[in-house]
Structure formats: structure tokens, C-alpha cells
Design a protein around this ligand. Structure first.
Ligand SMILES: [Zn+2]
Ligand SMILES: [Zn+2]
Length: 734
């Protein structure tokens, strides 16, 4: 960097929702490396900013440019590649560049905090002549005590060890350091390969897939591993990870938020020892930062984490794995809106490395991409055990009196499986006791005050709760409208199902897993441990149990109520339903016994229900894809959604009208259609009214042209707290 005294200007990214960067004057004598954080004056206060570039000239009036206040980093927090990736994310997803760039940093560094070394500091002894030693021994017994201990340990001592010897160790160590009789080093954790589990023998299919994929492990490619539930995808990942580690490469291994159970962590630990680190939302900001740091420094080679771990920095990244790639938790729906799978693929392309997507129920986007040969498809359609995944059977519940959502035949089946020492999984994606409370006299219903939603009855806490905003109220003893005493609840939630099944099967443990009983990963793991013992039990759960777990004693899985999704307004509902059914049914029969899978429905004649019994996931997916093609829906079209929320619906609609009028000037020229603004499906949520404006086209180029031409104007449409608007590129919901 030049060290002349001519003025120098820096372009900075600041985490605010504006589509612009900011210029500041840099101290001409300091190095100005892109990716370094500075403390900047901003408005009446200060904000941290990341330097994107610097130059000796500026297009602005130099007199008006404020100088930076302080440099916060000795070395860049983001390297050139991450700066480029964040530029791409901002550009593709039409998000404010400063917010995107800060999103690439661990939260810990998004403030003005100093970087901390992730490694453990240790003190080692220097060579010492007899005279100096004698002086220390005579004059300072405490210094001598610590020095002797440090000399005695060959690897040096860390703060915790020194503290054990002398609680006031720090001052003593400083004194020894100033005499230069000891020195500190940053200790990298040793790779402990001693107790690692060897790789198991692969079956024929797995070996073939590993071999095929190994040939694609240099240069950019996207590999799609379509493997039926229980076919051993994880083992394929492990083999490819090992290959990359052998080449001194690092691996990012992404899993959905709920996929990060102790079961997977234990498996990774058993195979790769301390060569991996974990990052997910259950950790503190400092812990996540340390994981990020360890990976960046190369102290560990595998980053196992959820969505945002995608932005882990690495000097030698060799592979990105996206497990359960169809999972919607990869799409970030608040703040910066992006899809982690798609950004991962872009990142792999930029670095010229492979990306590996895996799922038993690949997303329609990925299946379409593999059909068009953008992705290479690999299939695992066998389980290593003797039994194939169970075929889904329908249980017709028309004209039947159900007991807490269960048909007589279902209860009979459950009993059979328990009697045969099997475990039974019941999937019900509705937590609480009952989803609706109403008065028979006047028709009063329990509605949330802040959302267009009903309050759910939670009996254990004796509350009516809103699942969207958290609003809670006591259960009224009588109807609040007419005073009638007999208000009733309708529908079944997991709480009620648990209670009833426990009454029916008194001898059998009933385990319920949903957000009300499991708040952290550890609690989930503890709950699931009961299943590990393999004794007969009933497992009830929401989508938390739908995927990623492997419990060999489950011999029967049941989707209790699939009908709601059949008539949903969302065009993605059928895809989601089929994925859930295949994932849930695939939990069954993974061990030494064959499994069964049932779906209860009042619509057994529905084409989708019929196809479940006769077709594979791929076959059903193909027919949903052809429907989408006919309708011109994604993945055959791209969707750009403008969303607004405000204190009144009119305000939200007006804001989108403003945006629409800018778009209209161009859309007609390109023959594109703008749909809306219309109120969102659930218009009022958490006290705010929401509306949307949709731009959809099969022609991505036209779409981009319209946006490129319109964005400079759209960017100027004000967004305030009272009327907020945002863009959602590749929106999942219409
Ligand atoms: Zn009433
Ligand atoms: Zn609410």
C-alpha cells in the first residue's frame, strides 16, 4: 500500500437498509485493506463499516467527506472472495449491499468488537542462564513458582492451568514476560486420530456413487444425491469429506436447523475427531464467532452448521455439502432474503469447487436442474438393510368416528406394532391441545388481537396462544361475548393426542416432540435418546421429527392428517405434502424389521392420495413438475415478490402501488405481468398489515432487465418503520 501523504478515500459498506455505499476519508498513513472494519461517524452517532475499496480520488466534494474515526481490525475480517460473494448476493437478491455484507460476518463482529484469537494462548519457557534463575528464585518466589511449572511442562501452560497454580497468575506472567524468560504461543488443537471410527464397508450402490462423485471432486459441478430414506447418504458425504481432507481441503457441511441433532454430531465426531466445528442458532454469538474463526484459521477442517454457516470463510475450501436440500429452512425469510442452497452453488462456482446436494425428496427446482443436466444426478435406491422403505398405505376415514383423530383401525394397528415390540411414530403438524375454541350459542371464536389467526388452546398452561405473534390469554371460563358457560374446543393438537394415547396405552411410554416441550437441541436429543433404547414406545411429533433421525426400532409411521394441504392456497403445498409423507414414512423399517406407513385421509380418491400408494417420490414429483410447467410456475418461472407491511392495509397497498407505477413503465414494454398489489394470504400478522406485489416470468433475462432499469428508482422509495417494504427474489410463497 502506498504511504504517500496524498488524501485517500474509502468506499464503505454499512449495515443499514439503504441501497448505497458510503465514502469516508482514510488516514493516508495507515494501510487500507479491503475487508477491514472501521468505526465511522454516521448521522449523529457512529457505526461500524467495512472498507470495500479505496482510491485517491472521489466523485464527491472532498470538503464534505468525513474522516474515519478508527480502524477496528489489524487484518481483514472478510477476504476478497467473501467481498465478491456478498456483492453477488446483494445484486442477485436485490438486497441492500451493506446489510448483505454484514450478514456474511458472524454476529459477534457486526458490532465494533475487536477480533479475538480463537486459539488457546500458552506460555513456554525460554532458555535461562543460571544467574537470572537464581535472581528470580531469591527475589520473587511467586515468579519462580510459575516459571518452574512452565519449564516443567513440555507443551507449555494455558491460562486455566496457570490459574490453578496461582489465582493471581496474570500479573506474575506479565512480569516474567517483561523479563523475557517466558514467551506466549497460540496453540492449535492437536488432531487426535487415535480413537476415530474406521469407515464402514459400503454397499455396492454406495461405492459406485462415491466412485462417480470422486471423479467430479475437482472443479465446479453440482452433484445431486437422490437417495431414498435410510440409504446411507451420510456415509457417502463422509467418504467425500475424507477425500477432501486428504487433499488438505476444507468442507462446509450444511444441515437444516432441526437436522443438527446429537445423533449426527456424534457420528461426525466419531469419524473426524476434533477436525470439525459446529455453528447453529442455539449457540451464543461468541461461540459462533469462535467456530467461524477456528475454521478460517484452519484449526478445523469441517464446518458443520445451519444456513448462515454457508458464509464461513476459508482459504482452502474444497467442497460444500447441502444435506436435505429441499428443506425450506435454507430460505431466509427475514432480514436479508436469500436461499442458502442457491448461494452455496454460486459460491462453489466462484471458487471452482463442487457442491453436493442430498435429499430423499429433492426439491422440484433441483430435479428440474438435473433433468436439464445442470446438475449431475446420483441415485441410491436401496437400503443397506434387507427392507426397502415401506409403501404408503391410505386409511380412509370417511364416515368414521375418530377417537382424537385416530380411526379404530389405526388404533388397532398401533396396538399390533407395540405388541410386536415395535415403535410407532405419529406425525401431526399442529402443536397445542386444540386449534380452535368457540361458543356454540353465539358463534364467538378465539381470535388473536394482532393477527388474522385463531388462538390455540394449550391445556397444560391453561392458555389460549397465538402461534404467530406469541399473544397469550387465560382460557375464559365463559363466552366473552354472550356469557354462555359451555365454550368448546375443536380439532386435535399434539398435546391432546399425547394425553389420549397415554390413556389408551397405559403401559407404553408416549414421547411428544414439538416446540412446546423441546426448546433446544439438547432437549431434543435427550427426548430422542429414549428411542435409542429400542423399547416399544409411541412417538408423537410435529415437523421436528420428520427428518434426519435414524431410529431402527420404528416399525410404523403414520401421517395423522394430510387433508389440509390438499386444498391449500399455496402452489407449493402439494410438493411439501409429498416430501413430508415420504420423509415421515421413511422413518419406519430401517432396522432388522420391515416397516409400515399409513396416511389417514377423508379424500382417498384425490389423485395425489392415489399416486402416493402407487408411485415413487420421483414419479409424483415429475407429475407435479409437469403441472407447474403448464401453469408457468416455478421452477419454470422466476418470482420477484415485493412485500410491504404497515399499520394499516391501505398504507401497505399504497407503498406497493408506488413501486408498481415504477415497474409499469417497463413491464409493458417487455410484456411482463405484475400481479397486485393484493393483501397477503394472512393479511394481519403481529399487529401489521401485509400486502404483496408479484412479478413473475419464465424469461429470466427480461425480468432482470426490467429490474435493472427500475431499481435505481425503486431504491428511492422510502421505507420507514410505519411502512416497510422489501424484495423477495425467488419467493417461496405466492
Ligand atoms: Zn357466546
Ligand atoms: Zn397473533
Amino acid at each position: 500500500m502506498s504511504q504517500n501523504s496524498s488524501p485517500c478515500y474509502g468506499v464503505f459498506a454499512i449495515a443499514i437498509p439503504l441501497y448505497s455505499t458510503f465514502d469516508y476519508a482514510l488516514d493516508a498513513n495507515s494501510k487500507s485493506q479491503p475487508g477491514v472494519r472501521y468505526r465511522l461517524p454516521f448521522g449523529k452517532g457512529q457505526k461500524p463499516g467495512v472498507l470495500i475499496s479505496s482510491s485517491e480520488s472521489t466523485s464527491l466534494d472532498p470538503q464534505k467527506i468525513k474522516p474515519v474515526l478508527e480502524v477496528l481490525d489489524q487484518s481483514p475480517v472478510l477476504d476478497a472472495h467473501m467481498l465478491e460473494l456478498s456483492r453477488w448476493v446483494a445484486d442477485y437478491y436485490l438486497q441492500p449491499p451493506g446489510e448483505v455484507l454484514f450478514q456474511c460476518l458472524p454476529k459477534y463482529l457486526r458490532s465494533q468488537r475487536q477480533q479475538k484469537p480463537a486459539r488457546v494462548k500458552r506460555w513456554l519457557a525460554n532458555e535461562l542462564d543460571a544467574e537470572s534463575r537464581e535472581t528470580i528464585e531469591r527475589r520473587s518466589p511467586r515468579q519462580h513458582e510459575l516459571l518452574s511449572a512452565i519449564e516443567y511442562s513440555t507443551a507449555g501452560l494455558d491460562a486455566a492451568q496457570l490459574k490453578a497454580i496461582n489465582p493471581n497468575w496474570h500479573g506474575v506472567v506479565l512480569a516474567l514476560e517483561s523479563k523475557q524468560v517466558i514467551r506466549s504461543v497460540w496453540h492449535k488443537p492437536d488432531v487426535d486420530d487415535q480413537l476415530l471410527q474406521p469407515a464402514p464397508e459400503l454397499n455396492e450402490q454406495q461405492s459406485r456413487v462415491v466412485e462417480e462423485m470422486s471423479r467430479q471432486m475437482t472443479g465446479f459441478s453440482v452433484q445431486l444425491l437422490d437417495g431414498v430414506t435410510g440409504s446411507g447418504k451420510t456415509e457417502v458425504y463422509f467418504q467425500l469429506i475424507q477425500q477432501q481432507l486428504d487433499r488438505q481441503q476444507q468442507v462446509i457441511y450444511l444441515v437444516p436447523e432441526i437436522g443438527l441433532t446429537s445423533q449426527l454430531v456424534e457420528r461426525v465426531k466419531a469419524r473426524f475427531g476434533n477436525r470439525f466445528t459446529i455453528s447453529h442458532s442455539g449457540l451464543t454469538d461468541l461461540m459462533r464467532y469462535q467456530a467461524w474463526q477456528q475454521f478460517r484459521e484452519g484449526d478445523v477442517d469441517i464446518m458443520l452448521g445451519t444456513r448462515s454457516s454457508l458464509f464461513s470463510q476459508s482459504q482452502r475450501l474444497g467442497l460444500i455439502i447441502i444435506d436435505e436440500e429441499h428443506d425450506s429452512s435454507y430460505k431466509q425469510e427475514d432480514g436479508i432474503r436469500y436461499h442458502a442452497r442457491d448461494v452455496a452453488i454460486k459460491r462453489a462456482q466462484m471458487l471452482d469447487i463442487p457442491a453436493l446436494l442430498g435429499s430423499a425428496t429433492p426439491s422440484l427446482e433441483s430435479l428440474n436442474n438435473s433433468e436439464r443436466e445442470h446438475y449431475r444426478l446420483h441415485q441410491l435406491n436401496q437400503r443397506p438393510t434387507a427392507f426397502p422403505p415401506p409403501t404408503v398405505q391410505l386409511m380412509d376415514t370417511r364416515h368414521l368416528k375418530l377417537d382424537t383423530g385416530c380411526s379404530p383401525r389405526l388404533l388397532q394397528k398401533i396396538k399390533q406394532h407395540l405388541d410386536a415390540n415395535g415403535q410407532v411414530l405419529l406425525y401431526l403438524n399442529r402443536r397445542g391441545f386444540a386449534p380452535m375454541v368457540m361458543c356454540h350459542e353465539c358463534g364467538w371464536q378465539s381470535h388473536c388481537q394482532h393477527c388474522d389467526a385463531r388462538l390455540t388452546l394449550h391445556q397444560t398452561v391453561q392458555r389460549l396462544l397465538c402461534h404467530h405473534c406469541g399473544f397469550a390469554q387465560p382460557v375464559p371460563p365463559a363466552c366473552p361475548e354472550c356469557g354462555h358457560a359451555g365454550i368448546k374446543h375443536y380439532g386435535i393438537g399434539t398435546e391432546q393426542l399425547e394425553q389420549r394415547l397415554q390413556q389408551l396405552f397405559t403401559e407404553t411410554p408416549v414421547i411428544r416432540i414439538d416446540r412446546d416441550v423441546v426448546s433446544g437441541r439438547h432437549q431434543l436429543a435427550t427426548k430422542l435418546e429414549a428411542l435409542n433404547r429400542g423399547e416399544p414406545c409411541l412417538l408423537i411429533g410435529t415437523q421436528m421429527i420428520a427428518k434426519g433421525h435414524d431410529y431402527p426400532a420404528i416399525t410404523m409411521s403414520v401421517i395423522l392428517d394430510a387433508d389440509q394441504a390438499l386444498f391449500s392456497a399455496s402452489y407449493r403445498a402439494s410438493e411439501g405434502l409429498v416430501q413430508t409423507i415420504f420423509q415421515v414414512s421413511g422413518r419406519s423399517g430401517r432396522g432388522q424389521r420391515a416397516g409400515e406407513a399409513y396416511v389417514q385421509t377423508r379424500f382417498p380418491e384425490h389423485p395425489l392420495m392415489k399416486s402416493l400408494m402407487q408411485q415413487s417420490y420421483r414419479e409424483i414429483a415429475a407429475s407435479i413438475l409437469s403441472e407447474r410447467r403448464l401453469l408457468g410456475f416455478p421452477p419454470y418461472a422466476r418470482v420477484i415478490m415485493f412485500r410491504a407491511d404497515a399499520l394499516s392495509l391501505q398504507q401497505a397497498m399504497n407503498k406497493l402501488e408506488e413501486i408498481r407505477s415504477i415497474l409499469d413503465a417497463r413491464t409493458s414494454a417487455y410484456g411482463l405481468r405484475c400481479i397486485g398489489p393484493i393483501p397477503a394470504l394472512m393479511t394481519r400478522r403481529i399487529g401489521r398489515y401485509r400486502a404483496q406485489l408479484c412479478l413473475m416470468s419464465a424469461d429470466l433475462r427480461k425480468l432482470r432487465s426490467v429490474l435493472r432499469a427500475s431499481m435505481p428508482e425503486i431504491e428511492n422509495v422510502t421505507s420507514t418503520h410505519s411502512v416497510k417494504w422489501m424484495i423477495d427474489v425467488d419467493a417461496l410463497d405466492l
